[in-house]
Design a protein around this ligand. Structure first.
Ligand code: GTS
Length: 226
């Protein structure tokens, strides 16, 4: 369980972006919802956001109703899901972003789990050792990014697997955006990843979403570090 203080200047609960068949309930950060929001935007979906502030969360009623006692919560009609990567997989199935066959799906799963490993390392640095570990983290970063660079370069389509974006691409893209904020030169030795980020950023619906106030006003992480 993550423990941190929320430093939101205004209560953000029950702030609705768009009405749609999907509902995301989460805190007022990009955090573990960054990738799914980008994916939904790129897939042309509408969704409703319920942003909890920490004071409401600590009252405990919602927490008690969450399968693992944590957010995000994702609703697709009557289907209620927790675990951000399970949500991404569900969206991958719903929106044909999970490969063209079982073999591609397995490789997409593998890449998503690889992104998750990087996301966990990043989260540990941000939440537990930002002041003492940030420099070393940035030094070690090429070693982690090289793996994704090699897969991206080998596939040659501009995506991790197959010839169109899968949920693993959205997850990688979002993690890379966060790393570029941490260290703006971090992709300078990864040409395929750099081109991937540029092309994903230029997709019209992603470009509009990343430029929206709704996106820009949310901090990357709950403790304000980035
Ligand atoms: N593995 C989960 C996922 O991927 O969804 C982790 C979810 C998680 O850690 N949620 C945190 C939470 O609910 C918020 S965040 O780390 O995603 O920002 N924390 C509050 C609590 O009471 O645990």
């Amino acid at each position: 369980m993550c423990s941190f203080l929320w430093s939101l200047s205004e209560p953000l609960h029950h702030l609705h972006h768009k009405m749609g068949p999907y509902t995301i309930t989460y805190f007022g950060v990009r955090g573990r919802c960054g990738a799914m929001r980008i994916m939904l935007a790129d897939q042309g979906q509408e969704w409703k956001e319920i942003l909890m502030d920490f004071a409401d969360w600590t009252k405990g009623d919602l927490k008690a109703s969450c399968v693992f006692g944590q957010l995000p919560k994702f609703e697709d009609g009557g289907l209620v899901l927790f675990q951000s990567n399970a949500i991404l997989r569900h969206l991958g199935r719903n929106h044909d972003a999970y490969g063209k066959d079982g073999k591609e799906a397995a490789r997409i799963d593998m890449m998503c789990d690889g992104v998750e490993d990087l996301r966990l390392k990043y989260g540990k640095m941000i939440y537990q050792e930002y002041d003492t570990g940030k420099d070393q983290y940035i030094k070690d970063l090429p070693n982690h990014l090289d793996k994704f660079e090699a897969v991206m370069a080998k596939n040659k389509t501009g995506f991790l697997v197959g010839d169109k974006p899968s949920f693993a691409d959205y997850s990688l893209f979002e993690v890379l955006l966060n790393h570029l904020v941490l260290c703006s030169s971090c992709l300078d030795t990864s040409p395929s990843l750099k081109s991937f980020v540029e092309k994903m950023s230029a997709r019209p619906k992603i470009k509009a979403f990343l430029g929206s106030d709704a996106y820009k006003k949310l901090p990357i992480n709950g403790n304000g570090k980035q």
